[in-house]
Design a protein around this ligand. Sequence first.
Ligand code: ADP
Ligand code: ADP
Ligand code: ZN
Length: 216
Amino acid sequence: MILILLGPPGAGKGTQAALISEKYNIPHISTGDIFRQNIKNKTKLGLEAEGYIHNGLLVPDELTIKIIEERLNEKDCRNGYLLDGFPRTVFQAESLKKYYLGIKEHIDLVFFLEVNLDLVIKRNTGRRICSCCGRCYHVYFTPPKHKDKCDTCGGCLIQRKDDTESVILERLSVYLEQTMPLVDYYVKAKILYKLCGDEEITKVFENMCKIIDNCN
Ligand code: ADP
Ligand code: ADP
Ligand code: ZN
């Protein structure tokens, strides 16, 4: 099963992806997480991607496509996976299509999480992530038990560098311009499912599972 999660920054893609990955036992592949891990470890890829990410811009297509193809060729992807944050441009979607043609695979479902604009900003500004294990929290919606400490591993919670108000606005405008066209792209391919992302985490998850279970 190959699933894609599409939606604005802060829509809840990562949150839902973690739940789906656990329930259906498929890897959660987030290009954002791959980039952040590389930035943290100061790798060549991290150094190349850092400037774009911290300014709210997309990492160039060629680089992103190379990274994702390498990841998809790993063994754990043999029985499917969930893509979170890829593709983000029509060019990336076209490359992915060619890749699947080459290996005789196809995308099963694309979920589009629609979220009200004010809520998107609130979700991004209040997001905190664990500096050790990467688990995601929100200062209002899903706070940790102890302030700024991860419930799972006790690590310190930090704010992403691109979760400041000005960078969030830039990311949103990049999203509207470069990623929104993918909604039509996948509607035409007849694999897009629109979901209301304004609802509570468990409700969105329930709605997603119904669609997945119907597709199997
Ligand atoms: P994305 O991966 O789309 O950028 P995240 O999953 O990281 O989004 O969610 C952004 C923030 O909003 C996080 O702090 C997360 O805890 C919170 N969040 C996600 N989904 C919901 C929801 N349905 N209701 C309330 N808060 C949510
Ligand atoms: P969010 O959905 O909350 O904006 P992500 O973690 O998915 O966050 O992405 C963070 C940043 O990583 C993006 O703003 C962009 O700079 C970069 N990035 C992630 N995925 C891609 C992609 N498919 N193409 C180009 N850049 C990407
Ligand atoms: Zn942690």
